[in-house]
Design a protein around this ligand. Structure first.
Ligand code: NAD
Length: 488
C-alpha cells in the first residue's frame, strides 16, 4: 500500500526539500491518519528563500498595476476549480467542518479580488509647499521589499489569503511560513500561484516549525517587513527579535460579548453559540467571554445551554457536523486546564466539559458552557481558544467595561442591547479594534479595518489598509519655481 504523499516547499520557482533533508509528518486531527510528510526548513533554506525573494523583488516592483492585478486574478482563477478538493484537505488537516472549509477556501477569491480593486484605486496626494510655494510634494506608495508572512493554523486559507497575494501585488517579494500543523493548504495555495505564473523567486514557501524557520526569517537582516498572525506571546517575541523591520502583528484576543438587561436574549444566545463554537472556538475573535447583566443571567444561561445542545460534534467531513475535533493536543490541553481551574475555583459546567470518547482521535471536545466564572479565573481573563462559553455576571455598565478591558486584549468586542445610547456609550469605553453591536464578537468583512489595540497587535489590515501595511510612503519634492539654467 502507498504511504502518505511527500509534499515540497517552493523556493526560487522550484519545489524542493530542506537542505538538511529533514522532514515532518502532518497527522489529521479528524482521523488520526498521517496525511503527508513535508520538509522541515532550516537556516540554510531561509537564506535561499530570502536571496531568491531579494533578487526577484525589483522585477515585481516594475510590473504595472495592470499586470499585477491580472496576476492576482489568474491566482483566483487557479483556486476556483479546486475549492471542493482543497476544502476537504483543509478539513482533514485542520479539523473544521467541511461546510466551514468550503466557505474559507472560496472566500479567499473575493478577498484577493477586493484588495486588487483597492490597489487599482490607490490615490496619493500632491501637496503644495506650505512654507515654500514654489515646491511640490508628490507622494508615492512603494513596496517594502522582501516581506515575511507567518500564519497560524486556525485559518490556513483565510489568513494567507488576506496577506500573501496582497503583499505580492503591492510590489513585494514574499517568503511565506505557514503553521506546521496545516501546511498542506499552503502547498495548494502555492500550486495555484505557480499555475498563475507568479514570477520566479517572487513567492517562496518554507514549511517547518516556527522556532527554527520562523525565527530565522524574523531575524534575517535582509527581510524588510514582517506580517505575523499568531499568539500574543509569539508576537511579543517576534517584535523583540525583528529590530527595525516594518512589522504588523495580528495577535490573540479574549473578546467579551456583553449582554445588557434589555437585549433580545434569543438572538444573544444564538450569537453566543456561533461565536463560541464556530471552528471549535479556535478563533482570534471568538466570543472569549460572555458578560451578562445579573438580572437576565438565569434566562440567558438557560437559552445558551439549549442552543449548545443543537451543535453536533462529529466527523468534520460529514455535512451535518457543526463542530469537529480541535486542531492539536496542546491547544486542547489548555482548554482542559482552563475549565479544570475554573471548576476548582467554584465555576459550574452546564454543558459539555469533558473530551468525547470513542472517536478516531482524542481531540474531539464538545461545546461547553461554564457558569459562575470570575475574572480571577483563566476562563475569565485569558484566551482559551476552544469551544467554551464562560459566563460571568456584572451589575453596572461601568463594571462590564472594567471586566471587558481588564485582560488588555483588544481585538473585537460585542454588545447586545436594544438601546443605541447604551451601545454607543460602551463602544466609546471599550479598548478594542472593533465593537460589534447585536452580533457575535466573531465578525469580519473585507472592507473594514482589522487589527487590535494593546496585546492584540499592531497595525490594521483589510481593504485598502492591507495595501498600506505592505507599502511605505515616499515624497518626491520638486522645485517648480525657477528652473536651473541649462548648460551652455
Ligand atoms: P503561534 O504564535 O504558536 O504560531 C503562529 C505562527 O508563528 C506559526 O506559523 C508558527 O510556526 C510561527 N512561530 C512560532 N514561534 C515562532 C517564532 N519564535 N518566530 C517566528 N515564527 C514563529 O500561534 P498559533 O497557535 O498557530 O495560532 C493561534 C493564535 O493566533 C491565537 O492566539 C489567535 O488568537 C491568533 N490569531 C490572531 C488573528 C488575528 O487576526 N488577530 C487571527 C488568527 C489567529
Amino acid at each position: 500500500m502507498d504511504g502518505p504523499p511527500h509534499l515540497r516547499m517552493f523556493i526560487d520557482g522550484e519545489w524542493c526539500d530542506a537542505a538538511s533533508g529533514a522532514s515532518f509528518e502532518v497527522r489529521s486531527p479528524a482521523t488520526g491518519a498521517v496525511l503527508a510528510t513535508l520538509p522541515s526548513a532550516g537556516r540554510e533554506d531561509v537564506h535561499r528563500a530570502v536571496d531568491a525573494a531579494e533578487a526577484a523583488q525589483p522585477r515585481v516592483a516594475r510590473l504595472s498595476v495592470k499586470e499585477r492585478a491580472e496576476l492576482a486574478t489568474r491566482i483566483t482563477d487557479a483556486i476556483r476549480p479546486n475549492v471542493e478538493a482543497w476544502a476537504l484537505d483543509l478539513t482533514l488537516e485542520q479539523g473544521k467542518p467541511i461546510r466551514e472549509s468550503r466557505l474559507e477556501v472560496s472566500e479567499v477569491i473575493p478577498n484577493i479580488l477586493w484588495n486588487t480593486e483597492d490597489l487599482k484605486r490607490v490615490e496619493t496626494p500632491v501637496l503644495e509647499g506650505y512654507s515654500k510655494p514654489e515646491m511640490l510634494y508628490l507622494l508615492r506608495r512603494e513596496p517594502l521589499g522582501t516581506v515575511a508572512v507567518i500564519t497560524p493554523w486556525n485559518y490556513p486559507w483565510l489568513l494567507p489569503g488576506e496577506f500573501v497575494v496582497q503583499a505580492l501585488v503591492s510590489g513585494n517579494a514574499v517568503v511565506f511560513k505557514p503553521a506546521s500543523t496545516t501546511p498542506i493548504s499552503a502547498v495548494h495555495f502555492l500550486e495555484a500561484m505557480e499555475r498563475a505564473g507568479v514570477p520566479r523567486g517572487a513567492m517562496n514557501l518554507l514549511t517547518g516549525p516556527g522556532g527554527t524557520a520562523g525565527a530565522a526569517l524574523v531575524e534575517h537582516p535582509r527581510v524588510d517587513g514582517i506580517c505575523f498572525t499568531g499568539e500574543t506571546a509569539t508576537g511579543e517575541e517576534i517584535s523583540h527579535r525583528a529590530g527595525l523591520k516594518k512589522i504588523s502583528l495580528e495577535l490573540g484576543g479574549a473578546g467579551p460579548l456583553i449582554v445588557l438587561d434589555d437585549a433580545d436574549l434569543g438572538k444573544a444566545a444564538r450569537d453566543i453559540a456561533f461565536g463560541c463554537y464556530n471552528n471549535a472556538g479556535q478563533v482570534c475573535c471568538a466570543n472569549g467571554r460572555i458578560l451578562v447583566q445579573e438580572s437576565v443571567h438565569d434566562a440567558l444561561a438557560h437559552r445558551v445551554v439549549e442552543e449548545t445542545r443543537r451543535w453536533r460534534l462529529d466527523d468534520p467531513r460529514r455535512e451535518e457536523t457543526d463542530i469537529g475535533p480541535m486542531n492539536n493536543a496542546p491547544t486542547l490541553a489548555k482548554v482542559e486546564r482552563h475549565v479544570a481551574e475554573g471548576v476548582g475555583r467554584g465555576a459550574r459546567v452546564l454543558a459539555g466539559g469533558a473530551r468525547a470518547t470513542g472517536r478516531p482521535t482524542a481531540l474531539y471536545y464538545p461545546p461547553t458552557v461554564v457558569d459562575g466564572v470570575t475574572t480571577e479565573m483563566r476562563l475569565g481573563h485569558a484566551e482559551t481558544f476552544g469551544p467554551v462559553a464562560p459566563l460571568l455576571t456584572f451589575r453596572t455598565l461601568d463594571e462590564a467595561v472594567e471586566m471587558a478591558n481588564l485582560p488588555r486584549y483588544g481585538l473585537s468586542m460585542a454588545v447586545h442591547t436594544a438601546n443605541l445610547h447604551r451601545a454607543f456609550s460602551l463602544a466609546r469605553e471599550l479598548k478594542t479594534g472593533q465593537v460589534v453591536v447585536n452580533d457575535p464578537v466573531l465578525y469580519w468583512d473585507y472592507n473594514h479595518p482589522w487589527g487590535g489595540f494593546r496585546r492584540s497587535g499592531i497595525g490594521r489590515v483589510a481593504g485598502k489598509w492591507t495595501i498600506e501595511s505592505f507599502t511605505e510612503l515616499k515624497t518626491v519634492i520638486v522645485n517648480v519655481g525657477e528652473s536651473p539654467k541649462p548648460p551652455p
